[in-house]
Design a protein around this ligand. Structure first.
Ligand SMILES: [Zn+2]
Length: 303
């Protein structure tokens, strides 16, 4: 009897370890092309994009959707960023013209107008390709029924799919601090940021596995959200090293979103990542799952 119990315990304990050993599928996506955050000294918008493209190539990331805010792409450098992305074989899709938050827009119609204004810069570079993906600005799919259902109905009627997110390392929250700290050459502050960011990456990867197993009972294919900023370009080689070490297999957005977890998330109101939103909708308690480590708010650095 005791032996049976011990075996059962071993099998239960073996599930997360096996999931770890098997690795996981992940689609890499990049938001806010061509301009995200303050520009650090020594970089250009094009050099940031080229750094992303080179790092993706070095790590076998064959497809990274770039989500465009077309209002920032009307000048020569903005256009050059989008063109470089396409020349490297990566697709583009819509993130609205001005990064208008669905809940904060004056009206649903104003938000739709901004979405449509974002289309030409993407469509003209994606002829014959699948560009009708929307990444909601601030990941806000709307909470008020008028906004959530109105946007969902518009997107469905116009052949849009939502580009969901399951994991992010909050790179955006470091972007402006990195530009400030580099401008002052505050190397100590930059080291603090690097150390805690990489700890955060490890924490998020651990949390990702725990949440996926708790909510779905398996590792679902992941969609990673990053941003096209100077900080992200600076850290991307190390972030991709960590993803590789964690067992990441890079897949397309289409492959990742084929999983039924994404169809289920399509209809959920609210914001943020879909694993957490699905947990909330299914009333799965995630409170026992590892919290991120203590950290310094990058907003306070190099002031
Ligand atoms: Zn964005």
């Amino acid at each position: 009897m005791r032996r049976v119990v011990a075996l059962a315990l071993m099998l239960t304990a073996a599930v997360p370890a096996m999931a770890q050993a098997q690795g996981f599928d992940v689609s890499v996506t990049v938001d806010d092309l061509p301009v995200h955050g303050a520009l650090p000294p020594g970089m250009t918008r094009l050099s940031i994009a080229k750094a992303h493209i080179a790092d993706f190539k070095a790590h076998g990331v064959k497809q990274a959707y770039g989500f465009v805010n077309s209002a920032k792409a009307s000048d020569a450098e903005g256009a050059a960023v989008l063109d470089a992305w396409r020349a490297a074989g990566h697709p583009l899709a819509n993130h609205t013209a001005t990064h208008l938050n669905l809940e904060k827009a004056d009206t649903l119609e104003a938000w739709i107008a901004d979405l449509e204004a974002g289309e030409p810069a993407v469509a003209e570079r994606m002829k014959g390709q699948e560009w009708r993906y929307l990444r909601f600005p601030n990941l806000t799919a709307g909470t008020r029924p008028e906004r959530h259902e109105g946007a969902a109905a518009y997107l469905a009627a116009h052949g849009y799919k939502v580009a969901h997110v399951t994991i992010s390392f909050s790179d955006w929250s470091y972007s402006d601090a990195y530009a400030r700290c580099l401008a002052r050459n505050d190397q100590a502050a930059i080291r603090t940021m690097e150390d805690q960011y990489l700890r955060g990456v490890d924490d998020e990867l651990t949390r990702m596995r725990a949440v996926s197993l708790k909510v779905y009972g398996r590792m679902i294919p992941q969609v990673l959200l990053t941003h096209i900023g100077g900080w992200s370009a600076h850290m991307l080689p190390q972030v991709l090293d960590r993803l590789d070490a964690a067992g990441a297999r890079y897949v397309t957005l289409q492959q990742a979103q084929k999983d039924p977890a994404y169809a289920e998330a399509q209809i959920l109101p609210g914001g943020g990542g879909i694993m957490d939103r699905t947990a909330k909708a299914r009333k799965v308690d995630l409170s026992g799952i590892v919290a991120p480590s203590e950290r310094v708010d990058p907003k306070t650095l190099c002031r």
